[in-house]
Write a protein that binds this ligand. Structure first.
Ligand code: M6R
Length: 615
């Protein structure tokens, strides 16, 4: 969580940093702040609220220029989101200034020691402790800033991506990372620092991604030196050429990123399978799988670890792996997995799914699985992310940047990748015949066009949203492959419209949730033709007889459910295994329109952040 930006060079650092913070606001938006060095003075402006509030405050206070600057947009961990707790934080002498994404776990004991030595603290944050610890080391050991940062970080426990500068030496920024991402944009005569490349992509496509446990002194007129925090060992930095474009991170005429991302799904899915799935040749080729095929074919079981929407994609994959490849699958919340004592062996394949590739719980679970000898395969969207580097092998979803906090295209592209893997393994294991395999590939190839058709039902979805926007609760039911879609639909509604919603396997309704059903309860039921259609129809009747309001997602041309439901939303026919890729779409649109009608902040819902880098 939290976004950090820094700049050093000939441009006005204020403009670069503030624009960068706007791009990183998806990472947290409780408060924002900037530190600039201009006219021999360190100037700081910070405020509770969004970056737009910060812009107003900076303009009012005339803090709008500098050749070096750092900025922060915060998702609060320590201390309530107010002006004082906002970053940047300054050391007691007023010389050093820091921005920090992460948590210093032992900050209380460090704070006590520093207090005993005469330091005082204005805020409740762990970050203010860290900057004073750095100052303390710098003074005591009479060392340069880089060395002081290194020594201080070796006394901390926790996670961080930090940027620090000294007002007495305003030509360098010291950066370090452990557990939180940090990229350095390398320009001609300038450097950028950011949590991801979006703040600097319009200026340079060259980036150095620091690895965990690395730090760098970013100084004008000198090549970047990267060192290990632990032992000061010098490391040759790898300068990566990025493929990201500015268009990809802008709204392109849509009112919200979420809507843009919903509509991008047909193309995103094509990008996911392009070059990997060759229907005319009857082939799926994926380097990460091909290179490790024996591991997958001999796997005793697959364990999927993920959080949130990615966990829902994992649940969909359980049905796919079991159907296509006959491999036993367990799907685990990464946060539970890491704190249990999971039984994992070298014969297990672990698949870690994460859009951001930075989720702290998923990262920790990967480390445990690796320690126990499992082969770990990553499914990430963000190229170069921590999880993509930590795993033994992997496949990118290639969905393009997902900025809306509510995950949409990440979900369907994750399902697409997992479908490709399951089909490939099923074919290699002889569980799927040649003709079936061809049929599956051709059908998968038609999914983007079927999503286009589903998106055309938007007007029907708006009517449903209008009818239920005032609901206080909502149930989502699905069976088989569409049970995880019910969970995902409910999550989408909760997170952006703040309406309480629960997803259930349809048959579970009679074991408790049915008690909630009355004429005030909208129930979204996924009732596509294939699979458990008849059973779901019975569930719909049960709801109907208790006067619940039924919104049914059905296959085009369905007449039976139409007679019972209050509203229907149609999706094209497809193989049962691929229905989640279609049934998800109206549910995403429904939550989107309800949230817009309720005047909620769709792209940045309260209390959430796109990338959850705290436990
Ligand atoms: O980046 P990840 O896929 O690891 O993120 C996992 C969850 O935090 C994420 O899916 C979250 O649940 C979304 N806000 C859901 O829309």
């Amino acid at each position: 969580m939290c976004g950090i930006v820094g700049y050093i060079g000939p441009k006005n650092a204020y403009n670069v940093v503030l624009k960068g913070l706007q791009r990183l606001e998806y990472r947290g938006y409780d408060s924002a702040g900037v530190a600039l060095y201009a006219d021999d003075e360190l100037k700081i402006c910070k405020t509770k609220g969004k970056v737009s509030e910060l812009v107003k405050k900076c303009e009012k206070e005339n803090i709008t220029s500098g050749h070096i600057g750092i900025g922060h947009t915060r998702w609060a961990t320590h201390g309530e989101p107010n002006d004082v707790n906002s970053h940047p934080h300054v050391s007691n002498s007023g010389d050093l200034v820091i921005i920090h994404n992460g948590i210093i776990e032992n900050y209380e004991s460090l704070k006590k020691e520093l207090t005993n030595r005469g330091y005082s603290f204005e805020s409740d944050t762990d970050t203010e402790v860290l900057i004073n610890l750095i100052e303390d080391v710098k003074k005591k050991e009479n060392v340069k800033l880089g060395k002081a940062v290194q020594v201080a970080l070796n006394q901390t426990i926790g996670a961080y991506a930090i940027a620090v500068f000294d007002r007495n030496k305003p030509n360098e920024i010291v950066v370090a990372r452990l557990g939180s991402p940090l990229a350095i944009g390398v320009g001609e005569d300038e450097y950028f620092i950011a949590s991801d490349a979006s703040p600097f992509i319009e200026f340079t496509n060259k980036s150095i991604y620091l690895e965990d446990g690395e730090m760098a002194v970013v100084r004008l007129g000198r090549n970047i030196k990267v060192r290990k925090i632990k032992n000061d060992k010098l490391i040759e930095p790898y300068v990566q050429e990025l493929q990201l474009s500015l268009d990809q991170i802008e709204k392109a005429g849509y009112e919200h990123f979420m809507l843009k991302e919903i509509y991008e799904q047909p193309e995103a899915i094509k990008d996911t399978y392009r070059g990997r799935m060759l229907p005319e040749k009857g082939l799926i080729r994926m380097a990460g799988i091909d290179d490790n095929i024996e591991k997958f074919l001999n796997a005793r079981r697959i364990i999927v670890i993920a959080c949130g929407t990615s966990w829902h994609a994992g649940l969909v994959s359980e049905y796919l792996f079991e159907d296509f490849a006959r491999i036993p699958v367990e799907v685990e919340y990464a946060s539970e997995f890491r704190y249990r004592n999971p039984i994992i062996t070298e014969d297990d394949v672990v698949i870690a799914i994460s859009q951001s590739g930075e989720t702290a719980d998923t990262m920790a679970a990967i480390k445990i699985a690796k320690e126990k000898g499992a082969f770990v395969f990553g499914v990430c969207n963000v190229v170069g992310s921590s999880i993509s580097r930590e795993t033994h092998a992997g496949a990118y979803t290639h969905a393009g940047p997902e900025i809306g906090v509510a995950s949409t295209k990440a979900f369907t592209t994750q399902i697409t990748i997992l479908t490709l893997i399951a089909l490939k393994l099923g074919k290699q294991k002889g569980e799927i015949s040649n003709s079936q395999f061809h049929a599956y590939l051709n059908e998968l190839d038609s999914i983007p066009e079927k999503i286009e058709r589903t998106l055309q039902t938007n007007d029907a979805v708006i009517k449903v949203a209008e009818a239920y926007k005032k609901a206080k609760n909502c149930l989502y039911l699905g069976r088989g492959h569409n049970f995880p879609v019910a969970l995902e639909g409910a999550l989408k509604l909760k997170e952006i419209s703040y309406i309480h919603a629960e997803g259930y396997p349809a048959a579970e309704m009679k074991h408790g949730p049915i008690a909630l059903i009355d004429e005030m309860m909208p129930v979204v039921v996924i009732a596509t033709k294939k699979g458990h259609y008849e059973k779901v129809v019975s569930n719909i009747q049960e709801i109907k007889s208790r006067k619940g309001k039924i919104i049914a997602v059905v296959t085009e041309g369905d007449t039976s459910v139409k007679q019972m439901a209050d509203h229907i939303l149609e999706v094209p026919d497809t193989f049962e295994e691929f229905t989640p890729l279609l049934t998800t779409i109206p549910l995403q649109l429904l939550s989107y329109h309800i949230a817009v009608m309720l005047g909620k902040n769709v792209d940045q819902p309260r209390n959430l952040a796109k990338s959850v880098t705290v436990e």
